[in-house]
Design a binder for this molecule. Structure first.
Ligand SMILES: [Zn+2]
Length: 297
């Protein structure tokens, strides 16, 4: 059994070796062991399982359509527009977004709740598309679970034996906990900005998004920065880039009202419906200093 598995890995390794590939974001040649088709196969195979691991699809199809529409609008302008992209909101309190090889992007309802405009959402989706285009996820995964683990995950496609399940589990937990490098982050920020502008969104949304996330991070460590480490001076370099390259663009869409209507209202309504009887809305629970007369002393 072990020997068969090793043989299988060896055979697959040879089959998948695609040598150098040019990273479309940097123009640099990088060693890539998987063909781009294999990324897509991996995404198709594990995307649904990752969705389940993240809490499942958020149960509102209008919200899903809205987020997917914005994602598709941006993906049209990316460096790898030939693959199918899928944008899914997962029912999950943690604040994060995930890029899965082969065109799958997941964003948590917890993150959507913290954003304020369509342009901010576009910034997140553009950034995740940037990771997919650069194939950062594959590189980070090979650092994290090892090339053997990646090959095993690819080899298990279609199988249901215990070795296959183990490989699949390693791949899924790898995607959920992987950490990009700060260089990957900066590159994804840069192209994400370009894509969102081409799709018609105000690039200020990207700066606003990072400000919102950095503010949240001061309250408690948020999950987004555990998988997407914060490069130094992120807000500053984004703002500087916009000023230098895009200052003439002042008619692009921010989409605050659309976001309020299509996302925030839907999430608030969903939360109200699912709140146990007697529990107040979070905004009513904020601790306000009680007036002296109310203390009763
Ligand atoms: Zn990132």
């Amino acid at each position: 059994m072990v020997r068969r598995f090793t043989w299988l890995l060896g055979g697959l390794a040879l089959g998948f070796l695609s040598g150098c590939a040019v990273n479309p974001l940097t123009g640099q040649e990088e060693l890539m062991f998987f063909s781009e088709d294999k990324d897509v196969e991996l995404g198709d195979k594990y995307g649904p399982e990752i969705e389940t691991a993240l809490g499942g699809r958020f149960p509102d199809e209008n919200l899903q359509k809205y987020v997917n529409r914005i994602g598709q609008r941006i993906a049209r302008f990316c460096h790898r527009p030939d693959i199918a992209y899928h944008f899914t909101v997962v029912d999950q309190k943690m604040i994060n977004a995930f890029a899965v090889p082969g065109g799958y992007v997941f964003i948590t309802s917890g993150l959507l709740e913290k954003l304020e405009s369509e342009a901010q959402l576009a910034a997140i989706l553009g950034h995740e598309i940037g990771h997919i285009v650069a194939r950062d996820t594959m590189a980070a995964l090979s650092r994290q679970i090892g090339m053997t683990g990646l090959l095993a995950a690819a080899a298990s496609m279609g199988g249901s034996g215990s070795g296959d399940l183990l490989a699949g589990t390693a791949f899924i937990s790898g995607v959920l906990t992987l950490q990009y490098s700060r260089e990957d982050e900066q590159a994804a920020d840069g192209v994400g900005l370009t894509y969102m502008i081409q799709a018609g969104y105000d690039p200020q949304g990207a700066v606003d998004t990072m400000r919102v996330l950095e503010e949240l991070q001061t309250i408690r460590p948020i999950e987004f920065f555990s998988t997407h480490p914060n490069p130094q001076n992120r807000v500053a370099y984004l703002a500087e880039r916009i000023e230098r390259r895009y200052s003439a663009l002042d008619t692009l869409k921010m989409g605050k009202e659309e976001y309020e209507e299509n996302v925030l209202a839907v999430l608030a309504e969903h939360a109200a419906r699912n709140r146990p009887p007697g529990q107040r809305a979070p905004e009513d629970q904020k601790e306000e200093p009680a007036p002296p007369s109310a203390t009763g002393s």
